[in-house]
Design a protein around this ligand. Structure first.
Ligand code: GLN
Length: 491
């Protein structure tokens, strides 16, 4: 029998805790019980902080009983992808190279969650350094999909999304470089938002592709996504790419959520969507029809450069990764080889022994693309394509408020199905990558199930810094449908 308390979303739980109807300690204990029951199979957490979480929950309960003011997320158990720095526990990036790394500071998003009185219960599994689409590249453990444990949860934020879907936390943070929040959200039937590049601080997020990475919320409802954005969005002086709020202010996303949306114009890109499986295409078409019935105007557009997004992304992301991962040298951070003969061996053996196969592949690809003589042919060309893709979005948003498309061409695939074929794995990112190249916000919301009872996600993309509108658009569909209320049978 599902635990009623765990069925609540963050907003409901927060309100009940604030009203003294539920204790935060009760919520945390229920979560840890669910973790003990189901996480041995699901493998969502790399580490949990039971004592610390229960102590924090107890403090919140005391504050509330004493009538003291508390934060926006007071007493709500949340999880963090293990590529965000915390002073408590290790920050592993699911890599052997950082297995015992303890960060000297908290990521800004972690500080913000703590300031909002959230109860952080653990850090979740991911593809090593967030490189992958299935969480199978984790160097530490395997995560499976709560809807079908023979399938992947998606990736790279597979631990966070499977934990939210299986009620092993109420919300989680993920990071999205090319789809890592949205694609696993779609595979696990939850809501995943990648904010505009620069809207949420990346300070303390272990860098993969710095010009693409963005932290965002993974939740069970759109309202929770808005609530989490209220906490994590905003300028951070510690991150020079975080955007100045005097030109692009943040707002109260939750308060704006139910404001009416008049004359909504939605664009679809038929020739692009045709690459998805039949059942995915049908679910997306049905969702778009539902919007039309609600009064939206649907237009078909052409975005001619989207076909080149994967090629451009896998040059740019690997180039940035090869540079970002140079710091793991056996000297500054993490793993060091035993008994090296000289300093060259400290470097080469430490990296050879502790990086996984996919990370090595990407370092080699990126180093090649940046090397003298190849830079113009690959890296520079990819940057030019990125500009053309940005241009496609600029012209699209002159004609519409948002674009709708699939999140992924398929539903969750079988464990092992694509892991030996990197190109097939990379192609599964076809629908998510363009938002990162263009820096625009995009959300995945549940919009159906296939014949195997696996969730399907609808992706909605909006202009930069229009998260408030994007959330409102997502919300009107969620209100009309029940997809987000379905839960895997194991809980
Ligand atoms: N699947 C993509 C990759 O492997 C995206 C990963 C991500 O968004 N972190 O690079």
């Amino acid at each position: 029998m599902a635990n009623e308390l765990l069925n609540m979303d963050c907003k409901e739980l927060r309100d009940q805790i604030a009203a003294g109807q539920v204790k935060s300690t009760e919520a945390a204990e229920s979560v840890f019980k669910a973790i003990e029951k189901n996480d041995p199979v699901l493998g969502t957490y790399i580490s949990t902080f039971k004592q610390q979480a229960l102590a924090k929950a107890g403090d919140i309960d005391d504050k509330i009983a004493a009538g003291k003011p508390v934060g926006q997320l007071a007493g709500v158990p949340v999880a963090i992808k293990d590529n965000m720095c915390t002073t408590f526990g290790a920050t592993t990036c699911a890599s052997k190279i950082l297995e015992n790394f303890h960060a000297p500071y908290n990521a800004t998003v972690v500080e913000k969650l703590l300031a909002a009185d959230a109860v952080i219960i653990g850090k979740t599994n991911l593809d090593e350094f967030a490189m992958g689409s299935s969480t199978e590249n984790s160097g530490l453990k395997q995560t499976v999909n709560p809807w079908d444990t023979t399938r992947v949860p998606g990736g790279s934020s597979g631990g966070s999304t499977a934990a939210v879907a299986a009620h092993l936390c109420f919300a989680a943070l993920g990071s999205d470089t090319g789809g890592s929040i949205r694609q696993p959200a779609s595979f696990c039937g939850v809501v995943g938002l990648k904010p505009t590049y620069g809207r949420v601080s990346r300070f303390g997020l272990v860098a993969y592709g710095s010009s693409l990475d963005q932290i965002g919320p993974i939740t069970r409802t759109v309202a929770d996504s808005a609530l989490m954005m209220n906490i994590i969005a905003g300028h951070d002086p510690a991150d020079s790419t975080s955007v100045d709020e005097s030109t692009t202010p943040v707002c109260d996303y939750l308060e704006k959520l139910d404001e009416p949306l008049d004359n909504l114009k939605i664009a679809v890109v038929p020739q692009f969507n045709a690459g998805a499986d039949q059942q995915v295409q049908k679910a997306i078409a049905d969702a778009v029809d539902a919007y039309e019935k609600l009064g939206a105007e649907i237009t078909e557009i052409n975005m001619p450069h989207l076909d080149y997004a994967i090629a451009a992304y896998y040059v740019i992301a690997t180039a940035e990764a090869s540079s970002n991962l140079a710091r793991y040298d056996g000297v500054h951070y993490g793993y060091r080889t035993k008994n090296p003969q000289d300093y060259i061996e400290v470097y080469s053996k430490s990296r050879a022994e502790a990086f996984g196969k996919e990370v090595k592949r990407r370092i080699m690809l990126g180093t090649y693309a940046l090397s003298s003589g190849y830079y113009d042919a690959y890296y520079l060309k990819a940057l030019k394509v990125r500009n053309l893709i940005r241009g496609d979005f600029t012209s699209a948003f002159e004609k519409c408020d948002c674009i709708m498309m699939p999140v992924s061409p398929t539903t969750a695939f079988k464990i092992g199905e694509k892991i030996d074929d990197p190109l097939t794995m990379y192609i599964s990112d076809i629908y998510t990558i363009a938002a990162n190249l263009a820096g625009v916000p995009a959300i995945s919301i549940p919009c159906g199930f296939d014949d195997n009872n696996l969730p399907i996600g609808l992706q909605i993309l909006a202009p930069a810094f229009a998260e408030d509108k994007l959330l409102r658009i997502a919300r009107i569909y969620e209100k009309e449908t029940d997809w987000h209320k379905k839960t895997p049978t194991m809980i």
